[in-house]
Structure formats: C-alpha cells, structure tokens
Design a protein around this ligand. Structure first.
Ligand code: F0G
Length: 463
C-alpha cells in the first residue's frame, strides 16, 4: 500500500537510540586535510569530515533488530544457519532460486563476469558502473552503453532515464551477433545517471527481445527497491501495488542478479550473486571458494548474513522508503529553488550537482567535478564524490580521458543517518559555493593508478 499518499510528510519511521558524535573542523584543518588527501575526497580521513555524503554504500544505520541479528551469528565454517535465513529472504523477496553470498557487490560482479563473459564478447548495459564495467573488461569483454540518450542530459525530465534504448541494443546485436552478447547488464536506479529508474514497460520489452535472441538479463539489484518506488509513482497501473510485489515482478523478468547489499539492504558489508540457471549457479558456487570463501559464507561472517536477511525485510518497508526518498527530495528542492544546477528528475540515493553548468569556466580535462567536491569540503567539511571525467577513466583504445557527457558531483545520502537540519546545512553550503563559483579553479592530476583511478588519484590546484 502506498502510505505516502495518505500522509504528505516523509518523517522518519524510527526514533534514535544511539548516536555517533562528529567532529567539527576549522578551515585551517580542512585546508591541511584536503592538501594531504591530494584533493581527492576518497583520501580524506573520515574523522576530518563533518557531514559525510561520499556514498550511500555501507554507510547506513542498522536497526536495533539488525544489531540483535549480529548476536545470533552462527560462525560455523560451513552450513551457517544465517546463510539459510539469507537464502530464504532472497528467495521470498527477490525470487531467484540460487544464491551465492559474496563480500560485496564487486565480488558478485567478478563471479558473473568470469563465468559468462568470453574474450571478444560485448556486454550491453544501461550506462556503465565503474566496478561492473571493469570486471567485464578484465574478463575480456567490451562494455556497450545502450541507455536512452536522455540519461546523458542532466536537464532532461524524462521519468525513466534508466531505460534501455531498444534500437541501440538491437543495432549491437545485429552487428556482432547474439552469440557474442553473453547477457545484458541491467541496473536498477542507474547510479551514474543520477539514480534514474527504468520502467516496467521497458523491462517487459527488453525481456521479450532477450527471450527471442536467447540473451539473459542480469540485474544489478543494488538499488532496485528504490527503482520499484519510482515505477509505482510514475508508471500507469502500479499506483496501488506494494514495493514488494513490484520488486518481485522486476526480478521475475530477469535471469539473475548481482547485489551490493551495502545500499538498499541496509548493511555495512555484504553482497550476493543469485540466479535461476543451475549450471551458472554451480560455476559460481565453485568459483566463490577460490576468491571469497566457502559457498555458504562467501567472505562474510555469519552475523553479516543475518543482518542482511533482516535488512531485506526492512528495505521493502513502505514507510522506510517514503522517508528515504523524501529526504533526498527535500535536499534537492532546496538546491533547485536556489538555482543550483542539479540532475533532474531527482533520484533516490543522491543529489547530483551538474559541475559543467556550475563551473563552465573549467575545461573537463581540468576536472571541474573533482574541483567542486574538493571546494565543498574546504567550505563546509562536507564530503561528496566526483562522478565525471576522473571516474570515467581512459578509453582503452585511445588512452585519452573519456570526457563523459555527465560531469557530476554526487551528494549521496546514507540511509537513516542524517537529519533534516543536516540537509539544511548541506544546502546552505552548496548555495554559498554557487554564489562564489567564479573563484573555483581546476585541478591537475599528479598521480594516476591503473585501475579505478578515482579512488586513489592525487591532484594539485592549477595556479
Ligand atoms: N553496482 C552499483 C550500481 C553500485 O553503485 C556499486 C557500488 C556496485 C555495483 C559495487 O558494489 O561497492 O559493494 O562492491 N557503489 C558504491 C557507490 C561504491 O559509492 O556508488 P560494492
């Protein structure tokens, strides 16, 4: 039932039992910290951060029930009771038959890519995600973006910017042949596009096409409950359905999933691979013992699996998601009203500042989004994440920066962690920066690691 309709407020459906004190820093301390961190917000020590909006990954607050779940961890090497609780929850809510736990999402992506991608294959997807694409490439595949064009335009108000462009997909399949396409990688609430959903109609069309061409659909289920929220809100015929039933309908139209449980599922660590095909499952079950751990724990403690099983049930709760999405919109509306350029429509997990529009005087190879994230930290101790030219990396063929259409700074909201007053502080700080945006300068990259460079790259201000 859609409780949001009955009640206009998104007030939190919980009260606070325990708090974590945070350290307020001075401008001098922040100047030293960001210099030390090479102007990369990933490299700042968290004790130097006031409001941490780096990511919603593993940063959510667990409930008292989840903490209690940690105490019933069955830390047996094999056959832990908690694995069976997780299996039951995955089967009940996601509907896949087989489950292989992994330490987090990329562990599952590694299994999927190694099992299904062969050298010379093409993996279409509704926009890249950093780790997902890298694992496809490491397995010898080439990622091909088949998301609708609107996803690359921050100003477009398309309600389902996460949709697959069926013509783009068909052109790829015609060109390389369906047997060179091991699966389509379909992400719920597309992270790099600004947290944008796909529609059920699009998924149904995709499912029909993929059946015809014998191409499996592998879902990145990381934020798919949040995707279900938007389907209900925006798609005809779903207004009266529960999140739970929409989630199940999505999964039933796909063949398997990778999951970073650190997002939707409200845990600090965990993930899984799930599927319906026994042959694929047996390969994943065998491979997980090489890279993660035995197939009934996959790199996790029993207690982590218990917290995840409980997290699944809490994540499909209607009031929880109303508050989650309500808080993100509250922040987005404050920024929009002040004229700050952000990605529209507002997604579920973050507000994305459009750094191209914010800093039109900085060339993309001088990393405007990286510079803006560093400035926001300096200004207010708020930590955000670059999602632009640094994150996109280099084209393996030309060796040049990919210069993606989206040059964004992500203000990511952990679940159940910050208050409305924190959101006010974030909005005030971003607005202050926007008023003084002319003074912000670009950055020069002075250290570039080989893989996923955004995590560890170092920069210097351009003089
Ligand atoms: N897929 C998506 C859509 C993600 O957002 C992430 C992680 C992963 C896969 C990988 O999962 O981190 O558990 O290994 N996203 C984090 C973020 C890092 O900040 O957006 P992981």
């Amino acid at each position: 039932m859609n409780t949001e309709k009955k009640r206009p407020s998104w007030a939190e459906p919980y009260k606070i039992k325990s708090v974590e004190l945070i350290h307020m820093t001075t401008r001098e301390e922040r100047e030293a910290a960001i210099r030390e961190a090479g102007y990369n917000t990933f490299l700042i020590r968290s004790k130097e951060v006031y409001i941490d909006l780096l990511t919603d990954s593993g940063t959510s607050a667990m409930s008292d029930k989840q903490w209690a779940g940690l105490m019933v961890g069955d830390e047996a090497y094999s056959g832990s009771e908690n694995f069976y609780h997780l299996l039951e929850a995955v089967q009940e809510y996601y509907g896949y038959k087989y489950l292989v736990p992994t330490h987090q999402g990329r562990g599952a992506e590694h299994l999927l890519s190694q099992i299904m991608v062969k050298k010379g294959d093409y993996v279409p997807g509704n926009m890249y995600f950093t780790t997902t694409r890298l694992h496809q490439e490491l397995a010898g595949g080439t990622f091909v973006d088949v998301i609708v064009d609107e996803a690359h335009d921050p100003a477009s108000r398309h309600p389902f910017k996460g949709n697959v462009d069926m013509d783009k997909l068909d052109r790829l399949v015609q060109k390389v042949g369906a047997d060179r396409v091991p699966y389509i990688s379909l992400e719920g609430n597309v992270n790099m596009a600004g947290g944008q959903p796909f529609s059920m109609a699009n998924l149904k069309e995709l499912n029909a096409y993929c059946r015809q061409h014998n191409i499996p659909i592998m879902l990145d289920a990381t934020r798919t409950i949040e995707n279900a929220w938007f389907i209900r809100e925006r798609e005809e015929g779903y207004a009266d359905k529960s999140l739970r039933s929409i989630l199940r309908e999505i999964c039933d139209l796909t063949d398997g999933c990778t999951m970073s449980a650190k997002k939707d599922l409200l845990v600090n660590i965990g993930g899984f691979f799930a599927c319906n095909d026994e042959e694929v499952f047996l390969k994943a079950q065998n491979m997980v013992v090489v890279y993660e751990g035995l197939h009934t724990y996959g790199g996790l403690a029993g207690r982590d699996m218990e917290a995840m099983a409980i997290g699944i049930r809490e994540a499909v709760n209607e009031d929880h998601q109303a508050a989650r999405i309500g808080q993100v919109r509250y922040l987005g509306d404050l920024l929009r009203k002040a004229g700050v350029p952000i990605v529209n429509p507002i997604g579920s997990h973050a507000i994305f500042l459009d750094a191209r529009k914010f800093l039109p005087h900085i060339d993309q190879d001088d990393f405007p989004a990286q510079a803006l994230a560093a400035e926001l930290y300096l200004e207010a101790g708020i930590r955000a994440m670059e999602r632009g030219n640094v994150s996109a990396g280099r084209d393996p063929e030309t060796g040049r920066n990919r210069r993606p259409a989206l040059e964004l700074v992500r203000l990511t909201l952990p679940r159940r962690v910050y208050t409305q007053a924190h959101m006010d502080v974030v909005a005030e700080s971003v607005i202050r920066l926007y008023e003084n945006r002319d003074q912000i300068k670009g950055l020069k990259m002075i250290y570039e690691p080989e893989y996923l460079r955004f995590f560890q790259a170092r920069f210097e201000p351009l003089s």
